[in-house]
Design a protein around this ligand. Structure first.
Ligand code: SF4
Length: 164
């Protein structure tokens, strides 16, 4: 922890101010002591009710390259336009088009290049709004409150990558 005082150099005062700011932000967040999450590969988050898996043009380009395409894009089977944005598509049963089910496990076939929306689950602003919203998400995602603990800073880095 930073320590400050009148005899401290300017950089130390700056450090103190920053530390105080972080402490203030931390204090107001219910998850300041961190949260646990470990994916069980149940596939619930990649299936079910219709939804959107938003992908930026850069992310689409990376998926395209990963799939061995040379046009930097995806076909209509995998990508749809929604207003000004793009979303990955779903199969008729609601599974994400890139979800594979093998031996009782659900696997993402583009895991290495999956969009930020998938990378940052479940640390989304919508889930982190309150303990209640977090517990609501835990009803469908058995990985919540299990396994590895993320500290406050790690959670905030994930949460602020994209607003979901
Ligand atoms: S719902 Fe949770 S536990 Fe199941 S695959 Fe998605 S992240 Fe993993």
């Amino acid at each position: 922890m930073f320590k400050g005082g009148e005899n401290q150099p300017a950089s130390s005062s700056l450090g103190t101010a920053l530390a105080q700011k972080v402490q203030k932000v931390e204090k107001g967040k219910w998850y300041r002591d961190g949260l646990r999450f470990e994916c069980t590969q149940c596939g619930n988050c990649c299936s079910g009710d219709p939804g959107f898996v938003w992908a930026t043009k850069d992310e689409i380009g990376r998926i395209s390259e990963f799939l061995g395409r040379d046009d930097g894009w995806l076909d209509r089977k995998h990508l749809r336009r929604v207003g000004l944005r793009y979303s990955l598509t779903e199969k008729a049963n609601g599974d994400c088009i890139f979800l594979k089910r093998e031996k009782g496990k659900s696997l993402c076939s583009i895991y290495e290049v999956r969009p930020v929306q998938c990378r940052t689950w479940p640390f989304w602003s919508s889930n982190l709004k309150s303990r209640t919203t977090w517990q609501e998400a835990a009803k469908t995602c058995p990985g919540l409150n299990q396994g590895r603990k993320r500290d406050f800073v790690q959670i905030e880095v994930l949460r602020t990558q994209r607003r979901v």
